[in-house]
Design a protein. Structure first.
Length: 271
C-alpha cells in the first residue's frame, strides 16, 4: 500500500468524489501488474511517456474515465474506460493489439468510504477483494506482461537447497546405517557380468528359471558326471557352461522321484 499511498497523495488535489478514488486504486493495480500509463483519452498526445503517475486531466470527465496503458515490455497496449452508472462503475478494457476485451462491474461503495476522501488510511476498504477482481477479471483474460511473467517464474522455480559443504566433485557420502548398497558385479572380475544368465536355475544366488520343487531356495549345483561310471576330470566342463548331464540326475537330487509311482504292470524306462 506504500506505493498507492504516494500515488493518492500526489493526486489528492484532483480527487473530489468516490469514483475518483476508485479509479486511482484501479490505476495502481494495473501498475502493480506490469503496466504504465501513457495518458488520458483515446488518442495519443505529444511527448507521451510511460509513467506510474496519473496523467493530467484524468478526472476531467466524471462519467467516463478514459486512460491508456502500455506494458513495460511494450508487448501490450490497453485502453481503459471506467463508465459510471449510478452507484456502480463498469470497467471496459481492450487490448489494442489482439482486440481482446475484458469487463468488470464494481459497486463503488464496496471499496470506497466517501466520507474519508481526505484520509488515505480510511478511504479504501476491501482492497484484497478489489485486487482479486482486477486480477481475475482484467489481467488474466488479457494476459500478464511478459517481463512480469518471467519474474514470477523465477520466484516460483527455486533451485533445490543444497548443504553448505556440498561439493559436486567430491566423493558421495556413505549410506546411513541400516541401508544396503546396490549389488554390482565385482570390478576385479569382468567375466562376472551376465553370470546369472549362465546359471538359469539360480546356483549363483538367483536365476531366470523358477524350480517348482525348490522355489525360493538355493539349488545345489548339477553334477555333469551323473550317469557315468566315474566322474569327469577337473576342468572338463568350464565353470558356468550350459552343460546337459550324460544321464539321470543323482539320487541326492532334492525333491520327489518322478518314477516312484508308475502304472501297475507298466515297465517303460521313458515313463
Amino acid at each position: 500500500m506504500a506505493g498507492l499511498e504516494l500515488l493518492y497523495c500526489s493526486a489528492r488535489a484532483d480527487i473530489s468524489c468516490p469514483q475518483d478514488a476508485l479509479v486511482c486504486g484501479l490505476h495502481w493495480e494495473l501498475i502493480q501488474h506490469g503496466y504504465r500509463c501513457l495518458g488520458a483519452g483515446e488518442q495519443p498526445g505529444p511527448d507521451e511517456r510511460k509513467s506510474e503517475l496519473l496523467p493530467a486531466g484524468w478526472e476531467a470527465n466524471k462519467e467516463v474515465y478514459t486512460l491508456r496503458y502500455k506494458s513495460t515490455d511494450d508487448a501490450r497496449e490497453l485502453l481503459l474506460k471506467a463508465i459510471v452508472v449510478e452507484d456502480s462503475m463498469i470497467l471496459n478494457v481492450m487490448d489494442r493489439a489482439s482486440q481482446k476485451v475484458a469487463d468488470v462491474t464494481l459497486a463503488v461503495a464496496d471499496y470506497i468510504n466517501p466520507e474519508h476522501l481526505n484520509d488515505f488510511h480510511k478511504v479504501y476498504k476491501n482492497m484484497e477483494e478489489l485486487r482479486m477482481r482486477i486480477a481475475s477479471g482484467i489481467i488474466a483474460p488479457l494476459g500478464v506482461p511478459t517481463e512480469k511473467a518471467k519474474n514470477e517464474s523465477r520466484v516460483e522455480k527455486k533451485d533445490p537447497v543444497l548443504p553448505e559443504d556440498y561439493d559436486p566433485l567430491g566423493i558421495p557420502p556413505r549410506l546411513p546405517a541400516g541401508m544396503r548398497a546396490p549389488s554390482w558385479p565385482s570390478p576385479l572380475n569382468p567375466f562376472a557380468v551376465g553370470g546369472r544368465d549362465l546359471d538359469p536355475l539360480g546356483g549363483r544366488s538367483g536365476g531366470m528359471i523358477v524350480d517348482p520343487l525348490r522355489s525360493g531356495f538355493p539349488q545345489p549345483g548339477i553334477d555333469p558326471s551323473a550317469g557315468l561310471p566315474s566322474r569327469l576330470p577337473p576342468g572338463a566342463v568350464p565353470p558356468g557352461a550350459r552343460f546337459d548331464p550324460f544321464g539321470p540326475l543323482g539320487a541326492g537330487r532334492a525333491g520327489p522321484d518322478p518314477d516312484h509311482l508308475p502304472p501297475p504292470g507298466y515297465d517303460d524306462m521313458f515313463m
